[in-house]
Design a protein around this ligand. Sequence first.
Ligand SMILES: Nc1ncnc2c1ncn2[C@@H]1O[C@H](COP(=O)(O)OP(=O)(O)OP(=O)(O)O)[C@@H](O)[C@H]1O
Ligand SMILES: [Mg+2]
Length: 357
Amino acid sequence: MSKIIIKDAVKKYGNLTIIDKLSLDIPEGSLFTLLGPSGCGKTTLLRMIAGFNSIEGGDFYFDDVRINDLDPSKRDIGMVFQNYAIFPHLSVEENVKFGLRQRKVSEAEMQERTNRFLALMQIDQYRSRMPDKLSGGQQQRVALARALVIEPKVLLMDEPLSNLDAKLRVDMRSAIRDIQKNVGITTVYVTHDQEEAMAISDFIAVMKEGVIQHLGTPKEIYQRPANVFVATFIGRTNIIDAKVVDGNVQIGNYQFAINAVTDSQKVKLSIRPEEFLINDKTGIKAKVVDSVFLGLNTHYYLEIETGEKVEVIEESSITQLLENGKEVYLDIKKDKINVFDEAGLVNLVAQYEKKAS
Ligand SMILES: Nc1ncnc2c1ncn2[C@@H]1O[C@H](COP(=O)(O)OP(=O)(O)OP(=O)(O)O)[C@@H](O)[C@H]1O
Ligand SMILES: [Mg+2]
C-alpha cells in the first residue's frame, strides 16, 4: 500500500500535448477513479503511473519514492487491462501463480496464496482449465486474481469490466470493491461509466481533455458538481438558462430565492429529474409531452412555459400516469439544485456554501 502523488504531469504525443500539468494526490488504501469521456486521457495517465508511457514533465511518487525513472517491473504494481491479457497457454492456476514464480516465492507460500485468491474470486473449481474454456467473467476474475495475488503496492485497472454483460458487471464491481477493501490496496480505476464509478469509488476525478474538472467523493460530485460539464456527465440533469432579478431566480413567470445568488445576473441552473415535483399549483408552468413507465419510476418529458424541454422522474403511483398534453406545475427542491454562472464554469451554490461554512 502506498499513496500516489502526481505533480504537474505532462504527456505529449509528438507535438500534441494530451495532459498539461496535471496534479493529483491519491490517498493510501483508497479506490480512486479516473472518469471521463473517450479520448480524455484516462488510459494515458494510468500508463504513465504504470511506467508504460514516457513522461514529458512533472513528478510521480509512490509515497516519497520518485518513480519517473523506475522500470515498470520494479514499481510493485498489479495491472488489469480491458482485454484481461491472461496467458492462453497457461491453466487458471498457473496464470495466478505467474507473478509469484517471477518473484521467486517459495512453493508452499505460492500454493497458499494462489489457493486464497482462487477461492476469493470463486474460480477454484476452474483451476485446471485453460482460459479458452472460460466465460468472459471467469477470465476477468483470473486476471484480477493474478493481479492481486502478488499483493502489489498499487493496483491499476483500465476498464476491467467493459467486456462483461450488465448483470455480471454489477456483480463484479461489488466483488472488486470488497476485495479492494479487504486487501486495502491503493487502486486507480479507469472507467467511462459514471454509474460504475459512483458505485465503487472513494474518490472520483472527472476529466475532460486532459484536465481534471472535479475531484471529490461520489456524493460531492453528484450533489455539488464543479461546473456544467460535470453536472451533465455525472447522472442526468436539466440545464436551464435563467435570470436573477433582485435576488430571485426567474424562469418564465416563476420566481424563487436562492441564497447563493443576489446580484442581477444570468445563470445556468442544473435541476436533476428527481429535483422537480409535479403538482397542480406551484412552480413553473409545464405541459406533459411524453412519459415512460419503468416500474419503480416514471420518466416524464415536459415542455415548460419558456419552451425548454425537461425530464422529470417520479416514483410511479398506482393510479393513472399523467396523460400527454396535461398542464401541470413543476416545483423545485431548492436545496438540491445547482446554480452556475452564465458560462457554466463556476458553481455559485458550492461557492456560497464554502464561504458560509
Ligand atoms: N500512442 C499514441 N500516439 C498518439 N496519440 C495518442 C496515443 N495514445 C493515445 N493518444 C491520444 O491521446 C488522447 C487520450 O487517449 P487515451 O487513450 O488516454 O483516452 P481515454 O480517456 O483512455 O479514452 P477511452 O475511454 O476511449 O479509452 C486521445 O486523443 C488519443 O487519440
Ligand atoms: Mg482508455
